[in-house]
Write a protein that binds this ligand. Structure first.
Ligand SMILES: Nc1ncnc2c1ncn2[C@@H]1O[C@H](COP(=O)(O)OP(=O)(O)O)[C@@H](O)[C@H]1O
Ligand SMILES: [Mg+2]
Length: 337
């Protein structure tokens, strides 16, 4: 049973604010219980933490936890209603709704500074200075652009850092094996290449057996070739373990190669959602891929086309595009438990 975090900060209550699901109780905790890690710094990106990686700052969760159940639809790994986050007078997220179905690979695009990392940090429970409703599967893991390994702990110890009980080397090795890094288990983090460090970071996420993996531009610091390899690894891990993934990226092509659904964040909300109904592995030369790229670039304010059909001409009003499903958020009563 899920015991996902639920935060109801009732400046703008959603339809189910007063009650938690009687069958699926969630931890109900005011946001102020756990202040954001970096509220004092004023910086959206932070230096490596002095203590533990953020992946390990999330509270421990019972191993039996699973995706958030819903009464009449597929279970959700995360659901957000009416979310608002402001830094002083800077309202970054304003009345945002989002659902991440269990097992879905979702990519989140948006202009720099639009609030992608802020949203991710809220979902990771690293920022609780919010109003609105946030429910997230209990077992979740986070990986950032910088792997954030503790330099004074060997790789395997970094992988299991923060897990309850004694450090379990076998468990660490199993996760490192999955990312092709078992041979570096006893290495010091500073001896790893960028790609290896990022793989160690993925092993650290994997070892938590998460229902939701939150990735904030995890390939951003990698060279082109390593980036392609690590992207492929993430796709493999996703196919093997089926967690939901929310991947923040600024790379439209990466989003289209990897995701089931691509979201565009703009003006504090999810402004656009496109379901990517293309078989994997995807071909960047496929006309439908090209059309989707043009559409997403349009939503990002780059290029002209907001929607082009597969043959390259602009879609006519109301004309369905077989590879694109532009949807409004589903009705609330169908989503929330
Ligand atoms: N801790 C913070 N204190 C003050 N402002 C912040 C903080 N974190 C983020 N911001 C501001 O919120 C906005 C969104 O930041 P961020 O979520 O990092 O954007 P993105 O990840 O989309 O590039 C930016 O204007 C940024 O300056
Ligand atoms: Mg960011």
């Amino acid at each position: 049973m899920a015991t996902g975090i639920q935060r109801n900060v009732t400046t703008r209550p959603g339809p189910e604010t007063p009650g938690q699901s009687p069958t699926h109780p969630a931890v109900d905790r005011p946001a102020v219980d756990r202040p954001a890690v970096d509220t004092a710094g004023g910086q959206p990106e932070r230096a490596d933490p002095p203590t533990a990686p953020e992946a390990d700052q999330a509270p421990a969760h019972p191993p039996a936890a699973g995706p958030l159940p819903t009464p009449d639809s597929a279970p959700l790994a995360a659901t957000v209603r009416g979310l608002r986050r402001a830094f002083g007078s800077n309202v970054v997220i304003d009345d945002l709704d989002l659902d991440v179905p269990a097992g879905q690979f979702v990519a989140l695009l948006g202009a720099s500074g639009c609030g992608k990392s802020t949203l991710l940090r809220i979902l990771a429970d690293l920022d609780t200075e919010i109003s609105g409703q946030v429910r997230v599967a209990s077992r979740r893991a986070v990986a950032f652009q910088t792997p954030r390994l503790l330099p004074w702990k060997r790789v395997w110890r970094n992988v299991v850092l923060g897990l309850p009980g004694r450090p379990d080397r076998a468990r660490a090795i199993a996760a490192l094996t999955e990312v092709g890094l078992a041979h570096r288990a006893d290495a010091w983090p500073k001896t790893l290449s960028g790609g290896e460090a990022q793989r160690a970071s993925l092993a650290r996420a994997l070892v938590r057996d998460p229902d939701l993996v939150l990735l904030d531009e995890p390939f951003g610091a990698l060279d082109a070739l390593t980036r392609i390899r690590v992207q492929g690894l993430v796709e493999q891990l996703w196919q093997r373990h089926s967690p939901a993934i929310l991947l923040v990226t600024h790379d439209v092509e990466e989003a289209l190669l990897l995701a089931d659904r691509v979201l565009v964040m703009k003006d504090g909300v999810i402004a656009h959602s496109a379901t990517i109904a293309l078989a994997r592995p995807r071909d960047v030369g496929d006309p439908r891929f090209v059309a989707l790229r043009a559409e997403l670039l349009g939503w990002l304010g780059v290029g002209h086309a907001r929607s082009e059909a597969a043959n390259g001409r602009p879609a006519r009003d109301g004309e369905p595009d077989p590879a694109v499903d532009v949807r409004e958020p589903p009705p609330r009563q169908k989503i929330l438990s």
